[in-house]
Each structure stands twice: as C-alpha cells, then as structure tokens.
Design a protein around this ligand. Structure first.
Ligand SMILES: NC(=O)c1ccc[n+]([C@@H]2O[C@H](COP(=O)([O-])OP(=O)(O)OC[C@H]3O[C@@H](n4cnc5c(N)ncnc54)[C@H](OP(=O)(O)O)[C@@H]3O)[C@@H](O)[C@H]2O)c1
Length: 236
C-alpha cells in the first residue's frame, strides 16, 4: 500500500464487522470502528490496537453519521474505504410482519448504508478515490422463507451498490457488495444446514473479511458494481 488508507467499518464490535476491522488493520489501514454502544461498554480487543479509533453512533440516524464523518475528515483529512456492515435479521411469516418491522429492517439494512455512503462519497469524489463495500446476504440474491423483509432489504442494498457504482465510477470510486451465506458468528447449531452446503463447511467471519480487504485495495480498482457470494457453493 502506497499510503495509509483511512477506513470506516460500521458495526465493528463483533461478528463479521470485527473480523473486517482486524483484516483492514492487518493490511495497514487506519480503521475507524463503530457501533451504537458506548465506547467504555465495548469489550473488544481492538480498543488497545494502534491505528484504531472507535466512534459511537447509530448509522440509521443522519445526525450521528454526519458527526462520525466530520470527525473522521477533521482528524485524518479524508475517508478512503467505507464498509457498510451493519445489519439485522428476523424470522417471521410475511403476513405477520408489521410496518414497524419494515421500518426497523429497512432503516438498519438500507438507510444506514445510504447515510454513510452519502457522507463518505462527498469526500471520496473530492479525492478521486474511494472503495465502498456493502455487506448484503444470500437472502438478497436468493429467496429464503420467513425472511421476506430481510431478503427485500438486502436486495435493496444490492440495488444501492449497483447505482452508486455506475454513478461514481468516473470519480475513482468503486462500490461492490458481498453476499455471505451461513457464517459462524457464534449464533447457533449449524449441523443440519452443513449437509446442504456443497463444501460441507460453515463460513467464518474471516472468510468475509479477506474479501473485504481485497475489494478495499488498490488491486481491485477494476471491479465495481459486483455482487460476490461467499456461501460454500450453497447457491450456484
Ligand atoms: N452472520 C451471518 O451468518 C450473516 C450472513 C449473511 C449476511 N450477514 C450480514 O453481515 C453483517 C454483519 O452480521 P453479523 O452477524 O456479524 O452481525 P452482528 O453480530 O449482529 O453485529 C452487528 C454489529 O453492528 C452493530 N450495530 C447494529 N445496529 C447498528 C446501528 N444502527 N448503528 C451502528 N451499529 C450498529 C452492533 O453493535 P450494537 O448492537 O452495539 O450497536 C454490532 O457491532 C450484517 O449486515 C448481516 O446481515 C451475516
């Protein structure tokens, strides 16, 4: 890497976001991590790492996102890499889902990425350089029962990615989206689902983080607007 890249990872305190933050730190980036939790209540190992800054904020709230990016630009002068990792899921029959469920799902899985992309892009366009990586899901590319709102919001994130990729390609900004399959973030027993995965393996947060690190690099300059699945061949 020619110069140190400044990267913001939304939702970096656990799971995939934590692995992404670590991978970008290992690549030599300055990493700004985030979640809604107060810094003192975040018990993750990155707090002691050099080149890591934590900024509390809810990415669904525009005033929080505005504060986060103002602080990043004021402190480091620019933002090079944005990883929109924040997301939520819920299992419910579609006809039982309410407008409140819809609002929560779309605010978390789409609006957060919309706010962060807007604030980051203003600076990336100015610098003629940017890498945006969105974390969608195979639920956004393939239908899953009882996850209709989740699928819709993750499909919308794919649309956001393609639109940004096309609109800002001439400004030196790439925008890609990763669609992870079943990733072991400690959420449960995976014995049954393993049988339906061609590689017979559950993915790890590090599998996703490795691809984020690549897409955020200079080497990935010619890849934009792409949806890349990491699912052990579940949906080929
Ligand atoms: N795990 C999987 O198997 C899997 C598969 C496919 C796709 N994905 C996608 O991958 C992404 C990460 O998944 P994960 O399982 O690692 O998630 P997770 O363990 O639930 O972690 C989510 C992170 O985001 C933060 N967060 C949540 N809402 C936020 C908000 N509004 N503003 C700021 N921070 C917020 C959380 O901290 P606080 O709660 O403290 O704010 C936490 O740091 C999600 O987009 C998910 O849909 C996951």
């Amino acid at each position: 890497m020619d110069k140190q890249r400044i990267a913001f990872v939304s939702g970096s305190t656990r799971g995939i976001g934590l692995a992404v933050a670590k991978a970008l730190l290992d690549k030599g980036c300055m990493v700004i991590g985030n979640s809604r939790t107060k810094e003192l209540d975040v018990h993750h190992e990155l707090r002691s790492r050099d080149n890591y800054l934590y900024i509390q904020g809810d990415v669904t709230q525009e005033e929080d996102v505005s504060y986060i990016f103002k602080r990043i630009i004021k402190t480091y002068g620019r933002i090079d890499v944005l990883v929109n990792n924040v997301g939520m899921t819920s299992r419910k029959s579609f006809i039982a889902s309410t407008e409140k469920d819809y609002d929560e799902m779309f605010r978390t899985n789409l609006l957060g990425a919309v706010h962060c992309s807007k604030y980051a892009l203003k600076n990336m366009i100015f610098n003629k350089y940017g890498r945006i990586i969105n974390i969608s899901s195979i639920a956004g590319t393939n239908a899953l029962p009882f996850e209709v709102l989740y699928s819709s919001s993750k499909a919308a994130l794919i649309g956001l990615t393609k639109g940004i990729a096309k609109e800002y390609a001439s400004k030196g900004v790439t925008c890609n989206v990763i669609a992870p399959g079943v990733i072991d973030t400690g959420a449960g027993n995976y014995d049954d689902i393993k049988k339906s995965i061609p590689t017979s393996q559950i993915g790890s947060p590090e599998d996703v983080a490795g691809l984020v690190a690549y897409l955020s690099s200079e080497e990935a300059a010619y890849i934009t607007g792409q949806v890349i699945k990491i699912d052990g061949g579940l949906f080929i």
